[in-house]
Ligand binder design. Structure first.
Ligand code: MIG
Length: 681
């Protein structure tokens, strides 16, 4: 496998731990790749029909050709098509054309991927300083390259079984009463659910590892009561630590010198939700271990899931730059300022947040050496998350604690999942959600999902339903929305029964979803594949950007447009469509290869099962803990005996899920597509 990977080293790279295998260094790149003399730019001339894959969390399609992207962790809540970066930095691309190869620039500062933007036929990859490891991965197909790359970067994170259930969030449920009323809303309406999220307002003054006494009195027993209702509460942890004397985390961090510094060696001060904060120096191993150990406070209260936020790190403003901006603004006072000065003034204020200037003024202590944040920017959220993950193994070795992060870099996929950040209640964001899934899988991130219903802005009932019809397939299935948006919990919409049916369908499909997820982890495979990866050589399949192969046996083709009767679907081989009105009410239609308009009303979910394969289905239950695998049946059409391997979570050792595999052998029967009879091997 590793013969197909060549590693080149330029300058003195900062170690990212993205790669888990040592590979001998090579010299001499293939002649179709040009590396500039200063080693900062890698160029490749694309053929007319070359397709480019990869880049993980990024805007636009599965084929990334025709835009300029930056691998740079960025807190930007407007994911429009002209953005260059989102929260994750995933500097891996695959070229599929006359030459087929992958490029991984293992470099923790900004990498610019100009893929036919400046010059329509040229890829140019540029780093800021020529200190990086370059991996070139060869293979016959992009899919082979993904598998080799995934092997190189190590096994993906296995999320706990319960986290494949439905999860509800909002910024914020302010009190324990609010949380309980959401639990009741779901339970009373007979909707399955496994988790409710606690956003920043559960804390006291937004201080990490505190719980507001006033709004969440007797938190310990509240968590226990939730557990009794089979509900996991998942609190948020933010990167910034509030500056407040007497707040233990701040006092300890300050005393031990565990915060990032400014250029004068003083604690770097910025402002985020708690007001002024210091940033734990996660690149300093002792500081990281210290911060990680603090999760114990909540784990001891019965918490077994966390989401790490604001860890790009997001900065609303820094003390220094705010001071400068205020000076600039006051210098204009009383003057008749020109219009360009006015716009400059406006930009001064708007440019206060997440500024590169602030990142340049922030310093880490890496093994005793002071390192400017710029050089390691993309590792900050990654290291925050490994600090938690490493600590969990000590704090609670017998638990698999759910963990996912907003910022990420390749390598973090071994420790946690990611969510797709602050999307909007836009139709185009269903499609973006769909297209990001396979790209994330290429970079190792399997446990992922978007904020269903959209984070920003108000969601309509139709958008919520259509998005849900995609969301039921994503490992992380979470409905989340921003402060000030309308209530978007599924039980609040008018067609309660339709939402209930679709949520229950998710639970009925969990044996398939979890099994295929675990197989993807085990085999360094993708859970969501572009059709191009499976039907290579079929030009029409290779062009499909809005359908995915989900696991080995299923194709999904969700509707992502308003007021749609259905949609065009490309059927790449003979398939059997299953039209679900509910987990018990479904019909089958055969399709032969070709294009079809498939009617898909809002109250139905249609999936396509590949020829001669089956998928398992069980009876839904109010929570994953109550699922009964003895209700298993298989659906689909087969003409020869078929064996499907079901994977169940059996137990947890050192925070890792241990699983049990069972092979189910099913014998074909011409009269049915629903198999209740099988033998267990
Ligand atoms: O500045 O904690 O992406 O999911 O609800 C916003 C409040 C901070 C951003 C996260 C979002 C979360 C929100 N946070």
């Amino acid at each position: 496998m590793y013969d197909s990977i060549k590693k080149y080293r330029f300058g003195k790279p900062i170690q990212t731990n993205a790669v888990t295998y040592e590979i001998a260094l090579s010299t001499g790149e293939p002649d179709y790749i040009q590396i500039s003399e200063n080693k900062k730019t890698i160029e490749y001339k694309m053929g007319r029909n070359d397709k480019i894959y990869g880049l993980g969390e990024a805007v636009r399609g599965i084929n990334k050709r025709g835009w300029i992207y930056e691998s740079y962790c960025n807190d930007d809540p407007l994911h429009t098509e002209t953005k260059r970066s989102l929260y994750g930095a995933h500097p891996f691309i695959i070229v599929d054309g006359e030459n087929v190869f992958g490029l991984f620039t293992d470099y923790p500062d900004k990498v610019v991927f100009d893929i036919g933007y400046t010059d329509i036929d040229t890829i140019s990859v540029t780093v800021g300083s020529p200190d990086y490891d370059l991996y070139i991965i060869f293979g016959d197909t992009p899919y082979d390259i993904v598998k080799a790359f995934r092997k190189l970067i190590g096994k993906s994170y296995t999320a706990p079984f319960w986290s494949f259930g439905f999860q509800q969030s909002r910024w914020s449920y302010y009190t324990s009463k609010d949380v309980q009323s959401v639990i009741d809303g779901y339970r009373d309406n007979d909707f399955p659910i496994d988790a409710v999220y606690l956003d920043i307002d559960y804390m006291e003054s937004f201080k990490d590892f505190t719980v507001s006494e006033e709004r969440f009195p007797e938190f310990d027993s509240f968590v226990k009561e939730a557990v009794q209702q089979n509900i996991h509460l998942v609190p948020i942890i933010d990167a910034g630590v509030k500056i407040e004397d007497g707040y233990t985390i701040y006092d300890e961090g300050k005393e031990k010198g565990y915060f990032c510094k400014d250029d004068k060696g003083k604690d770097f001060v910025a402002a985020v939700w708690p007001g002024k904060v210091c940033f734990p120096d996660f690149l300093n191993d002792s500081a990281a271990a210290w911060f990680g150990s603090k999760y114990k406070y909540l784990i001891d209260k019965g918490i077994d899931g966390f989401w790490n936020d604001m860890n790009e790190p997001a900065i609303f403003y820094s003390e220094n730059r705010l001071e400068k901006a205020l000076c600039k603004i006051s210098s204009y006072k009383g003057k008749n300022i020109g219009i360009y000065d006015f716009f400059g003034l406006k930009d001064t204020v708007l440019g206060l947040s997440n500024s590169g200037e602030d990142y340049s003024a922030m310093y880490h202590n890496i093994n005793g050496e002071s390192v400017c944040h710029d050089r390691v920017h993309n590792l900050y959220g990654y290291k925050m998350t490994t600090s938690a993950s490493n600590a969990f193994k000590e704090i609670a070795p017998d638990k698999n604690i759910l963990l996912f992060s907003r910022a990420s870099y390749i390598g973090m996929h071994r420790y946690s999942g990611i969510w797709m950040g602050d999307n909007q209640s836009w139709w185009s964001h269903i499609k973006l959600n769909l297209q990001m899934l396979p790209s994330l899988n290429m970079c190792g991130f399997l446990y992922s999902g978007a904020d269903l219903t959209g984070f920003g802005d108000n969601c309509t009932e139709e958008l919520a339903l259509r998005w849900l019809a995609l969301g039921i397939f994503t490992p992380l299935m979470r409905n989340h929305s921003a402060l000030g948006t309308r209530d978007q919990e599924y039980y609040r919409f008018k067609n309660t029964e339709v939402f209930r049916n679709i949520l229950k369908l998710r639970y009925a499909l969990i044996p398939y979803i979890y099994s295929e997820f675990m197989k993807a982890v085990e085999n360094d495979d993708m859970l969501f594949k572009p059709l191009a990866f499976v039907y290579r050589g079929d030009k029409l399949a290779e062009a499909v950007e809005d359908q995915l192969i989900f696991g080995d046996n299923m194709m999904i083709a969700p509707v992502y447009e308003p007021n749609a009767l259905g949609r065009y679907v490309y059927i790449p081989e003979d398939m059997c469509a299953v039209r679900f009105r509910s987990e018990t009410d479904f019909t089958f239609t055969d399709y032969t290869k070709g294009h079809y308009f498939v009617e898909i009303p809002c109250d139905e979910v249609v999936v396509f099962i590949r020829k001669n394969t089956l998928i398992p289905l069980i009876s839904s239950a109010p929570s994953t803990a109550q699922l009964d695998y003895s209700t298993m049946k298989f659906i689909g059409k087969i003409t020869a005996p078929y064996v499907y391997t079901v994977i169940k979570e059996k137990g947890i050792l050192n925070g890792i899920s241990h699983t049990e595999k069972t092979n189910y052998r099913i014998i074909p029967d011409n009269d049915t597509c629903v198999y209740n009879n099988y033998t267990i091997e």
